[in-house]
Design a protein around this ligand. Structure first.
Ligand code: 5GP
Length: 188
């Protein structure tokens, strides 16, 4: 997606350890006009699969997910990083955070994810795939069907994309970064 790649080159900031900061338009301050274009691209790419619900993980996946849900006119559910006492029929898994380098539990209510669902997962980044595998695990626990996973940015030099595609998961990433070596952003 050319407009997204241009924006990443213009406003993205590269950090040691293969981290790309996009806080000025995706992760902290957000650009809703760009987010809408991003969501339109996801809608186009997943137009051939059955979807009845969008799923993401707290917190940075919520903005793109809700925009996709709005355009597709579908509900959006997000896995929570803390299981509230009031959550009914909770499904839980553990995710390793790439940016914080620690494990954390994520939960979703079986009231909002069940065996009738055809799920499209949306997230901001795909790095090692741990957040995505956490969502996949919750979907499997619920007996739901995973229709596909869409990421705004995939870092190809990490192996998440390979892991998910090897499992037969349909993965669509709008900007694929080949390398952040020497803090230079290069796309595939
Ligand atoms: P994974 O679970 O695939 O290793 O990492 C994905 C999650 O970690 C994303 O949901 C995102 O929040 C965060 N993440 C991974 N890499 C980056 C990065 O380079 N920059 C930012 N801002 N977040 C990242």
């Amino acid at each position: 997606m050319e407009i997204l790649k241009k924006r990443i080159l213009q406003d993205g900031v590269c950090f040691e350890g293969g981290i790309l900061k996009v806080d000025s338009f995706i992760n902290h301050q957000m650009d809703p006009m760009l987010m809408r274009l991003i969501a339109e691209e996801f809608v186009k790419r997943f137009s051939d699969v059955e979807i009845n619900k969008i799923m993401t993980i707290e917190a940075s996946g919520i903005a793109p997910a809700i925009m996709v849900g709005y355009l597709m006119q579908l509900p959006v559910v997000f896995a929570k990083k803390k299981e509230p006492k009031t959550m009914r029929h909770a499904l839980t898994t553990t995710v390793h955070s790439f940016t914080k380098d620690r494990e954390y539990p994520v939960s979703i209510s079986g009231e909002y994810l069940n065996s009738k669902d055809h799920i499209l997962c949306i997230d901001d980044f795909l790095a090692n795939g741990n957040a995505a595998l956490g969502m996949y695990d919750l979907i499997q626990q619920a007996g739901a069907h995973l229709s596909g996973m869409g990421f705004i940015i995939e870092k190809k030099f990490q192996n998440g994309g390979e892991v998910l595609r090897r499992k037969g998961i349909r993965v669509e990433s709008l900007a694929i970064i080949k390398s952040l070596d020497d803090c230079r952003i290069s796309f595939e």
